[in-house]
Design a protein around this ligand. Structure first.
Ligand code: ATP
Ligand code: MG
Length: 563
């Protein structure tokens, strides 16, 4: 999806899901809208989940209904309490509240079991003794029908007996499953006698050792929706082929309500992988520092990186909800982040790669306070004092010894403005024995205090600075895309597309002293550098900043370069 398509989606103001809900309410097909966000607690939430969260909680808010948070915890082999806690934290952080409506598929294990017996008694489910391999082999393919299991015609009484013994723990993992009795020749593979229950001798984070058989996603999901009175069960397009099964189960069970499933596009973001399985690998194999590594597309990673929740909600609003999958440009995400931070982040000065600048005609030992503006577009945000002295740091790249024609910053003999302070002129370049530039000797014009010359003379360049005597040292972490290609793994191996240079650490940066202050966890803009947020690795005497995002779109350029 391009920026133009995204803009069109938003301009439309509504989407097909919201249209369906509005029509259902208008026609009285439901009294209020009830949705749910149903994560499986087998990993952290990512920005794709944010799309689903904003959609489910968003429509509930807009139409005066409610949205449940329901853990789809039917596979205890992969689920952990850490993930449950992280998911709750991240949904709240994104700005949504499920109120008292926190549920778990495991809350319904008793009811689901009873409904499984109901299907057995109705002749609509049977216990299959085939091995997993045999079941796979007899399922058929997209073009060939499947074959009936030799156990398909067991009597309800025999099935009931076997199913109860499965529950009692008589059989090992994989020995038997409960399957729906639908149609092995169906054109839809999901209807070829899908598995409803499997044996899994595993403790469950919530139900402990109470069960050794667990319902499949397909058997748990629609019935959980029905128990909770969900009206609109919103999911991604992969589940479209499951809808006939979703409906079949609800049609054949004495459920208390009749939810409907609607599918829309999942979020695919360029240069990004949104698969929990793969994200888990990145964490477990140590390619990133954890689920909250700022390079990760997880909500925890984005938060640590300094992306505000409003920016994620704004991004989701801009991409809209569509019926067809597409690949979303990173630029759309980044512009939502920039637009949000531009309004929220006060300006500060930091020098990422310092070069010493000595003002020869500024008295040694003296310093003064310069008034710096917090938000150029918002006078109400006020000013702050920033110390200035004889020795300063400037950005190494703001000086060039032999400048090209369009370089307007500092060069030998040239005068520039030090932001908010004075004009300075470079008089001498100091080099070490190896010929490296180690300092610049300059003079300043005391009459230019505040950044303007009374005689009206102009300078082309304005550069930022930090007083050496007052500077705080900081580690700055710059993040680059985790993958080198727009669709990572398009050629098979995702790991081969990992960017080996996705983290760049600058050890020697300096920042203005006010950044040691108390509320400095809020995002800031380092002038001319980008938006930054303090990393939790900071502590007493240690400052670490993450670059959330640069000031300009570097993606358009990277892509034009044939990336
Ligand atoms: P993964 O494939 O990464 O394991 P999942 O879909 O299995 O993800 P769940 O925890 O089951 O993860 O997802 C919870 C909800 O979030 C589901 O309704 C799912 O459709 C939705 N969701 C997951 N990924 C995306 C995505 N990329 N875009 C939009 N919605 C998503
Ligand atoms: Mg899932």
């Amino acid at each position: 999806m391009s920026a133009v398509e995204a803009a069109e989606a938003v301009e439309a103001g509504h989407d097909f899901i919201r249209d369906i809900i509005a029509a259902d309410l208008a026609a009285g097909r439901c009294a209020e809208v009830v949705t749910r966000f149903p994560p499986e607690p087998n990993g952290y939430l990512h920005i794709g989940h944010a799309k689903a969260i904003c959609l489910n909680f968003g429509v509930a808010q807009e139409f005066g209904g409610r949205c449940h948070l329901r853990f789809d915890d039917t596979n205890p082999a992969k689920e952990e309490q850490e993930y449950i806690d992280a998911i709750e934290r991240d949904v709240r952080w994104l700005g949504f509240d499920w109120g008292p409506h926190l549920y778990h598929a495991s809350d319904y294990f008793g009811q689901l079991y009873a409904w499984a017996e109901h299907l057995i008694e109705a002749g609509l489910a049977y216990v299959d003794d085939q091995s997993p391999e045999e079941m796979r082999a007899s399922r058929g393919t997209l073009t060939e029908p499947g074959r009936n299991s030799p156990y398909r015609d067991r009597s309800p009484a025999e099935n009931l007996d076997l199913f109860r013994r499965m529950r009692e723990g008589e059989f090992p993992n994989g020995a038997r499953v409960l399957r729906a009795n639908i149609d092995m020749a169906s054109g839809n593979i999901n209807l070829r006698d899908p598995t409803l229950y499997r044996i899994l001798h595993v403790e469950h984070p919530r139900t402990g050792g109470a069960w050794c058989i667990y319902p499949t996603y397909d058997f748990a999901h629609g019935q959980s929706d029905a128990i909770e009175g969900i009206t609109h069960s919103l999911c991604t397009l992969e589940f479209e082929d499951h809808r006939p099964l979703y409906d079949w189960l609800l049609d054949h069970l004495p459920v208390p309500s009749r939810p409907r499933q609607y599918e829309s596009a999942r979020l695919n973001l360029a240069y990004t992988v949104l698969s929990k399985r793969f994200l888990t690998r990145l964490v477990q194999e140590g390619h990133v520092s954890g689920w909250d590594d700022p390079r990760m597309p997880t909500l925890a990673g984005l938060r640590r990186r300094g992306v505000p929740p409003e920016a994620i909600r704004e991004f989701v609003r801009r991409i809209g909800v569509a019926r067809a999958n597409s690949l979303v440009d990173v630029a759309i995400f980044e512009s939502a982040v920039r637009d949000t931070l531009n309004r929220a982040a006060p300006r500060r000065m930091a020098v990422l790669r310092p070069l010493k600048l000595v003002i020869e005609n500024y008295p040694a030992g003296r310093s003064e306070e310069i008034t710096a503006v917090n938000m150029p577009d918002d006078p109400g945000a006020g000013t702050r004092p920033v110390p200035f002295g004889r020795e300063l740091y400037i950005e190494r790249e703001d000086f060039v010894e032999d400048p090209p024609r369009n370089f307007h910053r500092l060069a030998p003999g040239r005068e520039v403005r030090l932001r908010y302070a004075y004009f300075v002129t470079c008089r001498e370049v100091v080099k070490d024995a190896a010929g490296e530039i180690v300092a610049l000797r300059c003079t300043y014009d005391p009459a230019t205090k505040g950044g303007n010359a009374p005689d009206g003379r102009k300078v082309r360049g304005t550069i930022h600075w930090v007083s050496a005597a007052h500077a705080l040292h900081a580690e700055i972490r710059l993040y680059h895309p985790l993958f080198t290609r727009p669709v990572p793994g398009a050629d098979g191996d995702l790991m081969a597309d990992l960017n080996p240079n996705s983290l760049e650490v600058l050890e020697g940066a300096v920042v203005e002293p006010g950044l040691a202050g108390s509320n400095s966890d809020a995002p800031v803009q380092f002038e001319r550098q980008g938006y930054f947020a303090r990393d939790p690795d900071s502590g007493p005497g240690r400052l670490v900043f993450n670059r959330t995002i640069g000031l300009r779109d570097t993606w358009a350029k990277a892509q034009a370069g044939g990336n």
